[in-house]
Write a protein that binds this ligand. Structure first.
Ligand code: ADP
Ligand code: MG
Length: 698
């Protein structure tokens, strides 16, 4: 490989490539569109398309595709080649501004939650010039939004861009009210930390559950689990190191700022963190990262598991969404500064986040809800399903002293006059290292830790951006009618702390007593599962906020709610069917043949020595027979429950039925199977065990 600086972004039509290949006027016009969202001139589009094509061909590309993020959760692309008949039997390589700006993929196979049926059968993709085009394999990929002909969003990018626009608009508005004449735009940035597992292809191929559902549906606890904390930040095994090296190189070529990598808590678990960037690009990059991880793993004879809970009893995988908001002149509004003016902005944005998270706990919770993540939230390693904010003791104390208008009794006792005095210095609280808080302030950013490893980060950031934008808008309304801005800012901060401090919690989020306190005393929401939270997307206050901020229309919200629940239903039903199939076709016959061999062996022994009790064989056969009967009954029971679910047409009723009647039966079946695994000789067991899987990569 060349040096990192040579390869970095070499497959991206980035600012450097644009500058080098576009006429100066075209470059400036495109840059204005990218930075400030200015409308794009069709002439400019033609010129960009031309340069992009030449650049792509020079890098070996033969095809182009509009790359988009439908609601299935993965990315989609349909490849077209550049060739066009030249009339003399030869071909020309063609790519016009029209090809660049708009595409018409066959949208019928993507979920639309009834939107396309209601409006127009086809959908179209539209170029997002704010995210650079890139080359994957031999294909020029153009990041696009995906909409119905009526303009309804059918993807995750469109509402994300709208939410960024809302946050930009409302942030600039309040900053101007606070006397900032410099600001022209405000952007949110994200650095998502991605967790994943690696197993060998050989092991993976022998597990139908992993292949069909991405997680193990059976499996007794391994002999060595994560009790001994020797994996976290431990030495990386050679095969893993080779994978990581290759992965970094591939990501760097695509301009992904892959930065840190280390082992995680569980055996075979790892993490990759990029350097943060604009939310929109971070989202595209995270989708790309997940895709490239799987491709590179395959090249190394490995499989990268992105499921939230591939192994029961072992830590699951999440994604930490590090989020901040900054101005075009480079000031992070979530970073406490050293001037009174900056601090006032910091406190206002901090309060906006506190109020937004409290008011829209439900939206944040449901933005990360999937069948996979339900296994994680509330379990032992992930944040609980209850949302709270960690601020650290000192910042909390500072806010309380402002609320009560009392001197802050920190290291030195000071009476602060906001807008005049500088915030007392507070040290970044290190207790956030316990990682139990779902939403933690980490010095100059908030870390939303509830995302599942396979989640697109779009959904969480859509809700976060929108809720904060709407809260800022409320603050601005107060400022616009205030006689004294300074006084009004004070009031906003005091009122926010008073009314929303219930959401601030600096203790241990894994503690059972916290869940009781949160729900019983503080009245915080605790939606444990996807069917519990998803329908709240359509609660009046949520629809009102999201439509007010122009992020979603009501029809889009209805369709999304339906699609998310349909996804949930489909996933769990596939899991249930896979379980039933594995139990019937593999586990029962395996245990049976082991018992038969034990019986034959006991008989043979008795022939030799009739007085032998053969207690080993007899006891084992007895216990295993009890278990096979249990498995047999539970499979039948599960299959009847699946039929009932299949016969329930209403999507919400179906989801509730799955939650109440399927998941419990799946656990019951698993318990009997896992005990059988422990008692059955390894050579008879039809699948690689947890020990095989978790320690397969060296
Ligand atoms: P830690 O390891 O303490 O969680 P890091 O500094 O390693 O924190 O950052 C974790 C992630 O947060 C990285 O992706 C990093 O780029 C990102 N990050 C750092 N600063 C910011 C910021 N101001 N806004 C958004 N993301 C940030
Ligand atoms: Mg972190």
């Amino acid at each position: 490989m060349g040096t990192i600086t040579d390869i970095f972004g070499s497959m991206v039509f980035d600012d450097r490539a644009m500058k080098a290949s576009l006429p100066a006027g075209v470059y400036l016009s495109l840059k204005k569109t990218i930075d400030e969202g200015a409308l794009l001139d069709p002439e400019v589009a033609n010129s960009v398309a031309d340069a992009m094509k030449d650049w792509a061909i020079s890098k070996g590309a033969t095809h182009f595709t509009h790359w988009f993020q439908p609601l299935t959760g993965i990315t989609a692309e349909k490849h077209d080649s550049f060739i066009s008949p030249a009339g003399d039997g030869g071909v020309l390589m063609e790519f016009s501004g029209k090809n660049l700006i708009k595409g018409e993929p066959d949208a019928s196979s993507f979920p639309s939650g009834g939107l396309r049926a209601t409006f127009e059968a086809r959908g179209y993709t539209a170029w997002d010039p704010t995210s650079y085009a890139f080359i994957k394999g031999k294909t020029l990929c153009i990041p696009t939004a995906f909409c119905s002909y009526g303009g309804e969003a059918l993807d995750k990018k469109t509402p994300l861009l709208r939410s960024m626009e809302a946050l930009n608009r409302e942030s600039v508005r309040i900053l101007k009210l606070m006397g900032d004449d410099k600001v022209t735009y405000v952007q949110s940035s994200v650095g998502p930390e991605q967790e994943y597992f690696l197993v060998t292809r050989e092991m993976y191929d022998q597990r139908p559950d992993l292949r069909f559902t991405g997680r193990t549906l059976f499996g007794a606890k391994p002999l060595k689990g994560q009790e001994i904390d020797d994996h976290y930040f431990g030495v990386t095994k050679p095969k893993v190191a080779a994978f990581m090296e290759d992965l970094n190189e591939e990501l760097w070529k695509l301009g992904v700022l892959a930065k840190t990598e280390h082992n995680e808590v569980a055996p075979a678990q790892h993490e990759l963190a990029p350097i943060y960037t604009t939310t929109n690009i971070a989202t595209d990059h995270n989708q790309l990262t997940m895709e490239i991880m799987q491709k590179v793993a395959a090249k190394h004879g490995l499989v990268c598991l992105l499921h939230e809970k591939p192994f029961a009893g072992v830590n699951g995988s999440g994604k930490h969404n590090n989020w901040s908001v900054s101005t075009d002149y480079g000031v992070n509004l979530l970073s406490p500064g050293s001037t009174p003016d900056h601090n006032m902005k910091f406190l206002i944005f901090l309060c906006a986040v506190i109020k937004a998270v409290d008011d829209y706990q439900d939206l944040l919770r449901l933005s990360v809800a999937t069948a996979g993540n339900d296994h994680r939230l509330g379990a032992n390693e992930a944040p609980p399903a209850v949302i709270s904010i960690f601020l650290g003791d000192e910042l909390t104390a500072i806010l309380e002293s402002i609320e009560k208008n009392e001197p802050y009794a920190g290291t030195e006792k000071i009476q602060m006059k906001l807008g005049v005095d500088v915030l007392p210095k507070f040290v970044r609280d290190t207790t956030d290292r316990n990682r139990t808080s779902p939403f933690a302030f980490t010095g100059n950013k908030f870390e939303f830790r509830m995302l599942g490893s396979s989640n697109s980060i779009a959904c969480a950031n859509i809700m976060l951006n929108s809720a904060v934008a709407d809260t800022l808008s409320g603050f601005s309304q107060e400022l616009e009618t205030a006689k004294d801005i300074e006084e009004a800012l004070h009031d906003i901060i005091r009122k926010t702390v008073r009314e929303h401090k219930r959401i601030i919690f600096n203790g241990n989020g894994y503690d059972d007593s916290w869940i009781r306190e949160a729900t019983e005393q503080r009245g915080l929401l605790n939606y444990r599962t996807t069917p519990d939270c998803m329908p709240h997307l359509l609660d009046e206050k949520n629809v009102a906020m999201l439509t007010r901020q122009n992020v979603f229309s009501e029809a889009e919200l209805e369709s999304r709610c339906e699609i998310m629940l349909e996804n949930y239903n489909r996933i769990v039903v596939i899991e249930a069917n896979t379980m039933a199939g594995m139990a019937r076709a593999h586990i029962l016959p395996a245990v049976e043949s082991y018992c038969a061999d034990l019986a034959r062996s006991a008989e043979a022994k008795k022939e030799i020595a009739p007085s032998l009790r053969c207690a080993y064989e007899t006891d084992l056969i007895s216990r295993l027979s009890v278990l096979t009967d249990e498995i047999y009954e539970r499979v039948g029971d599960l299959e009847s429950a699946i039929r009932l679910v299949d016969d329930t047409p209403d999507v919400i009723e179906k989801a509730e039925l799955i939650r109440d009647s399927l998941l419990g039966r799946m656990s019951e079946l698993r318990i009997a199977c896992d005990e059988s695994e422990v008692l059955t000789a390894k050579s008879y067991w039809p699948f690689p065990t947890y020990s095989d899987l978790l320690y397969s990569v060296h």
